[in-house]
Each structure stands twice: as C-alpha cells, then as structure tokens.
Design a protein around this ligand. Sequence first.
Ligand code: ADP
Ligand code: MG
Length: 270
Amino acid sequence: MSASELIISGLSATVAGNPILNGVDLTIRSGEVHAVMGPNGAGKSTLSHVLMGKPGYEVTGGSVTLDGADLLAMPVWDRAAAGLFLAMQYPTEVPGVQLRDVLNASIVTDGVDPADLDARLLAEADRIGFDHAFLDRPMNVDLSGGEKKRNETVQLSILAPKIAILDEIDSGLDVDALRDVSRRVEAATEESALGVLVITHYNKLLDELRPDHVHVLAGGRIAASGGPELAEELERDGYAAYTGASARPAADVDPDWDPFGDATFADRSL
Ligand code: ADP
Ligand code: MG
C-alpha cells in the first residue's frame, strides 16, 4: 500500500461573503492522526466542508492536494473516489435510500466485487455495537445522534478511504459507543494506514484514537500545533490564549444567588 498525503496550503474560504478560513496550513499523511480543536464558530466544520466540496463555500485562496491531485478542482464524488471521506458533524437524513445501496454503489464504482458486502456490514456493525436493524433503515432517518455517528463509522470502515475527516464524531455517543468508535478508527490507522483529521472538543475520544499532532484552529488559521499534551491544556484552560478573550464568561451573576430565597435585591450588592 502506497503512502498518501493530504496537503492543505494557505486555504482561505468565505461563507455567505464572510471570511472564515484565512490561510490554513495542514499536512496529513497515511497512518497519522491529527486532532483539530478550536472554539465554537472557529471554522472547523467549514474546513471539513471545504475539503469535501460542500456547496455554499467559496475558496478564495490556497490549495488542497491528495497525492498530488488538485482536490479543489474536483466535484464531491471525485474527491470521495480519490480517497477522501467526511463524517459530518450533522449527518444528513436521506429518506428512501438504504446504507447498503449507497455502499454497494460506491464499491462497484471503485471496481470492487460487492459480493461480501452484507457479511462485511454485519461484521463492522458488531465491531462497534451497532444494532443490525439500523442497517435496513433509510440513511440516518429517525436515528439518534449517536446512532448516526455509528452509521458514519460503519461507512468509513467499509469504504476504507485514504484520509478521513471526522467532524465531532464523538458528539451524542455514550461512553461505550465512544470507546468502540474511537478504537475502530484507531485500528484503521494501523490496518489500512488511514490518515485522520479529527475535529473534537474532548480528550475522551483521543484516549483511544491517539493523536500524533494536535492543532488549534482560531482566527481562521492554525494558531498553534503540538502533541497530545496540547489537547489536555485546551480542555483545562480553554481557548482564551488563542482568541484574546477571557477564559471564562465574566461572572456577572452570583452563582450562590437563590432567586427563591429570602434575599431581596436591596440586600445584594450586585
Ligand atoms: P465550528 O465548526 O468551528 O464551530 P463553523 O465552521 O460551523 O464553526 O462555522 C464558522 C462560522 O461560519 C460561524 O460563525 C458560522 O455561523 C458561519 N457559517 C457557517 N455556515 C454558514 C452559512 N451557511 N451561512 C452563513 N454563515 C455560516
Ligand atoms: Mg462544527
């Protein structure tokens, strides 16, 4: 298996005319796990959408290549065929379309015999404790948040991309599912040398899916990079050091104030 490389260079993008990304530089190679963290609204999902080619974003500068091929020039399906996978923060519901039909079409397009797809689907579902009944549901329809994330993980496992972007794949997962999903992705980094860009707010995911590099996305660019210790620092201290804001909201309300207690406003020195 040849090594792959996703190179993001000086990537800038606007959404509805607002600049969100202002020169993102990031390189992800086969087998590596890169965690991207950052405050709400920093542009983490925007980055994932721009990489995959979701409509509505205008790239205003920079380049993205996967093994030398210009991803930004390709429609979404060619990016997927080239080996890029995105697990969306909010997976889309697709009524009337079953997971196995989507995967069957993808596999056939890839020139792979789909004969053992059902067996592989069942095995992958078991591996992350995903109820077989959900495999027959229309894509993501009436699935809970956590079930959608496991559905995405099953797709990732079957499609075996070169590089996967996981946008808050941990949101909505209970502790058992979180462990199973992160272990499954970590295994893919070893079994098929998957390169991973994982967007998360929590170290819990990174306990099993161990990052080689941790980055802070703030101000539209990678504001800092480090090892796993950076994720611990961020969980503890927040992003204030990278945004210029104070670490916690200003304490304008006394946390001990009981509005139903005896105290009146006159008693309080607010
Ligand atoms: P994150 O994932 O880091 O929380 P997002 O990438 O989702 O942040 O959003 C970055 C900024 O872009 C936010 O201020 C958000 O409101 C804005 N944004 C995202 N999508 C749109 C859109 N379709 N139209 C207008 N603004 C958008
Ligand atoms: Mg997001």
